[in-house]
Design a protein around this ligand. Structure first.
Ligand code: PMP
Length: 452
């Protein structure tokens, strides 16, 4: 079944017009902000909107969001994982109110006992004993990279093509059309060309990985165990074992970025698939919406760093931030891990994502669409190619911005939010079967309109 592009363009116009009609207060707020905010938004990525302007937030609770025009949505976006615990989960709200209100103090330059609790719990989940905190996954990655360079004495970081690990200079590199390694299109003000600092290979490609590691200059491979920022690309059997074996053989550290792949279970893919990285990085979800993140080190990596002389890890040596590990952030992480994103919660969230995946697959099959849907624990994503892509380059080539926009606006106009930048649905502990079924009903109608 081919998509009729003329019909798609007409339907997209229709949905955008309906969106404008439906959301006058969001439209007015955006217009007003344009005089004061760069790009008209608090953060420039908020201009990634299928409809021409963003919906403005009024309230968000659990898996529901209400916008300024009083429409309620089933939120399958969940802050692109930052709200995987659901919006403002009660246990986190209470811990944050207690720490910031009753006890007082967020940025005091003193540790609290919550931090060691969080370190122990992350250690239990991911199998790495020593943890340090950040406020974002970007910073966790930046600091992990610095530590890896320090202990190996090597200059380069290796990543997978079309990965995303935050606005980290080293990762903005892709495999080009002729197999060459090039700066990612649109890379803003790169300090140096990323080919100086980095190497890049496609996911699921062990021969290329070995070729690049054999140069002997790679401090660390930084990767997601499954790609999640170019659709979801799952590892093929034997791939992750191969990555571990090759990184060991060529003396490079392995850093698993579990920021999104935490969806695979309480200890992310690392635990679910029995992986043994040297460092795990994480961010977003673990603070239940309060900025938080961190990195975990193996005993060996921690010992190697501690044995080095002359590293300034205390002051201005390049690792750390004033607000990192603050009392509010660690209180939020503790409450979220202890009471919200629990082992039991993941089982239910994964069941919902399985229901989501099955329902989407049924629509794809019913219309004979050349699309695929891929699940990773509590998240699932559809992509406009079939079979599902096996690497980032393939998945990137299957991008269809108009189709993305059409489905996003169609769903938003009928009360369902998907993640901008993705066709991703994430399940929280507050998401229900009825929420998933509403998506299916609207998704099926959007497809029916498109192909009938
Ligand atoms: N790692 C991964 C895998 C991510 O997907 C992202 C953001 N999407 C980041 C790191 C960076 O997170 P943040 O922007 O919160 O620093």
């Amino acid at each position: 079944m081919m998509i009729d592009r003329t019909r798609l363009a007409r339907l997209l116009d229709r949905e955008r017009a309906a969106f404008r009609e439906r959301n006058p207060r969001s439209a007015a707020a955006y217009e007003q902000a344009r005089g004061h905010l760069f790009g008209g938004v608090p953060m420039t990525w908020m201009n990634k909107t299928a409809a021409g302007f963003p919906l403005y937030l009024a309230e968000a609770h659990g898996a529901r969001v209400t916008d300024l025009d009083c429409h309620e949505y089933v939120d399958l976006c969940l802050g692109d994982t930052g709200a995987m615990a659901g919006h403002s989960p009660r246990a986190t709200v209470e811990a944050v109110a207690d720490r910031f209100g009753r006890l007082g103090g967020a940025t005091v330059m003193m540790p609290t006992e919550d931090a060691a609790w969080v370190g122990a719990e992350l250690g239990r989940r991911f199998g790495l004993p020593y943890w340090s905190f950040s406020l974002t996954a970007t910073d966790a990655n930046r600091w992990a990279i610095r530590l890896a360079r320090a202990i190996t004495g090597r200059p380069k970081i290796l990543v997978n093509s079309y990965c995303y690990h935050g606005s980290v200079d080293e990762v903005l590199i892709v495999v080009g059309p002729d197999g060459e390694q090039v700066s990612r299109e649109g890379n803003v003000g790169a300090p140096v060309d990323p080919t100086v600092t980095s190497r890049v290979v496609e996911f699921n490609d062990l021969p290329s990985l070995e070729r690049e590691l054999a140069y002997g200059d790679v401090a660390a491979v930084l990767m997601e165990p499954a790609l999640t920022n170019i659709g979801i690309v799952l590892p093929e059997p034997g791939y992750l074992e191969g990555v571990r074996e090759l990184t060991r053989r060529y003396g490079s550290l392995l850093i698993n970025d579990e920021t999104h792949t935490l969806s695979a279970g309480p200890g992310g893919c690392t635990k679910a698939w029995d992986l043994h990285p040297d460092i795990v990085t994480i961010g977003k979800a673990i603070g239940g919406g309060i900025p938080s993140g961190g990195y975990g080190l193996s005993a060996e990596v921690a010992a190697r760093i501690e044995a080095m002389e002359g590293l300034d890890l205390v002051d201005m040596g390049g690792v750390g931030g004033t607000l990192a590990g603050n009392a509010l952030s660690v209180a939020a992480m503790r409450a979220t891990l202890e009471h919200v994103l629990t082992d039991d919660a993941f089982a239910a969230m994964t069941e919902l994502a399985t229901r989501f995946t099955k329902g989407v697959q049924e629509v794809i099959d019913a219309y004979g669409l050349p699309w695929s849907v891929t699940q990773l624990g509590a998240r699932a994503e559809y992509r406009f190619t079939s079979p599902a892509p096996r690497d980032g380059g393939e998945s990137n080539a299957a991008g269809d911005p108009d189709l993305d926009d059409y489905l996003h606006v169609y769903l938003a106009n009928r009360g369902v939010l998907l993640t901008p930048f993705h066709n991703m649905a994430l399940m929280s502990p507050a998401t229900t079967e009825a929420d998933v079924d509403l998506h299916h009903e609207v998704f099926a109608a959007a497809v029916a309109d498109l192909v009938s």
